[in-house]
Design a protein around this ligand. Structure first.
Ligand SMILES: [Zn+2]
Length: 135
């Protein structure tokens, strides 16, 4: 099922469900879709609501889901990297230059360090902050 946001020639907006987009075309083409407000058969697709568009490829992600993904991502990074603390900028740079073996590390970097590393082309990624826990 697909939900379309429709509007009639009087500019009334309404939503309707169709089996698929071909069914929509057929029903509208045959004048079987009427505006619930004025009964006009002259309807066309309005702007699709964002949540409807997202649902065609799966469930839309709500804020909770996004928070959960961030938490998972953090947990994965924590599990797969070694915390080198303040040595991070130096180690990241040494790895980039091939001075030491490449291993996944995480650690602290000042904004100046981050800027310098980016300018040197050292691949680093910020870790998103832990989302607030649900009560
Ligand atoms: Zn209408």
């Amino acid at each position: 099922m697909i939900r379309f946001s429709l509007k009639c020639d009087q500019n009334h907006a309404f939503d309707m469900w169709f089996a698929d987009s071909a069914t929509y075309e057929t029903l509208v083409g045959a004048g079987h879709v009427a505006c619930p407000e004025c009964g006009s058969n002259d309807v066309e697709k309005g702007i699709m609501a964002p949540n409807v568009a997202a649902k065609s490829g799966g469930e839309a992600m709500g804020p909770r889901e996004i928070m959960r993904k961030i938490s998972e991502y953090r947990a994965t990074v924590m599990a797969e990297t070694k915390d080198v603390g303040k040595a991070f900028p130096e180690q990241a740079r040494d790895m980039h230059e091939g001075l030491i073996e490449h291993t996944p590390i995480r650690g602290e970097a000042t904004p100046e360090d981050v800027k310098a590393l980016h300018e040197e082309g050292v691949p680093i990624m910020p870790l998103p902050p832990e989302p607030p826990k649900e009560n």
